[in-house]
Design a protein around this ligand. Structure first.
Ligand SMILES: [Zn+2]
Length: 206
């Protein structure tokens, strides 16, 4: 048997033709968090695929602000699963059907804090919610939505780290911006992981 976030996935579920026992997840909140290039989306894709093999119907959503790819969860190593693009957290409610036992949400840092109450209501409605997102912005400040979701977690918080692009350590947890843009959010690939020893917070000019 394989244990995933407190649920028991029966191995029989992997084989067609056999009588299989359905997994009954949730309610709960599983958080995948970390800096850029830490494998967050790869992790949520892996969980989604595992639950789908187990026969569960999963609603997958992502924010419209993530323009790096289309209607899909997309990871840097090339894996992807289809997802629905939403413009606000409230839209998620309209998409949720009774058959959806699991709601997977990627790039949560792009949503405003309204996502917290939406996730809470989903949990209270018996859903198992999996979220993935960045911990800190390029200045090293917490994304409030990500921080709130971490505080609300009922299952594991999967804190992921990357390889520091400056010193090579395996403990990068900051996302350094490689351009001179001063906006809090700049969508794209202009970031690289750094560890706490190498990360130098940019000067606060406000
Ligand atoms: Zn470093």
């Amino acid at each position: 048997m394989l244990k995933v976030s407190g649920h028991i996935i029966l191995s029989q579920a992997l084989f067609g033709g056999r009588k299989m026992k359905r997994v009954k997840p949730g309610p709960g909140l599983h958080v995948i968090i970390g800096c850029v290039r830490a494998g967050k989306t790869e992790a949520i894709i892996s969980l989604v695929r595992l639950y789908e093999i187990a026969g569960l119907d999963i609603l997958k959503v992502k924010p419209v602000q993530d323009t790096r790819s289309g209607a899909e969860f997309w990871s840097r190593n090339g894996t992807a699963v289809e997802a629905v693009i939403v413009t606000s957290p409230d839209e998620i409610f309209k998409l949720v059907k009774k058959r959806h036992k699991i709601i997977a949400i990627d790039e949560v840092q792009f949503f405003d804090e309204c996502l917290l109450s939406v996730v809470e209501k989903l949990i209270l409605a018996g859903k198992y919610v999996i979220v993935a997102g960045l911990n800190l912005d390029w200045r090293g400040r917490p994304f409030s939505t990500s921080a709130g979701l971490m505080a609300m977690a009922t299952e594991e918080i999967d804190f992921r780290q990357a390889v520091c692009m400056t010193c090579g350590s395996l403990h990068a947890n900051r996302s350094r911006r490689t351009t001179l843009n001063k906006e809090t959010v700049e969508v794209g690939f202009n970031y690289e992981p750094q560890c706490i020893r190498c990360f130098v917070p940019p000067l606060d000019e406000t």
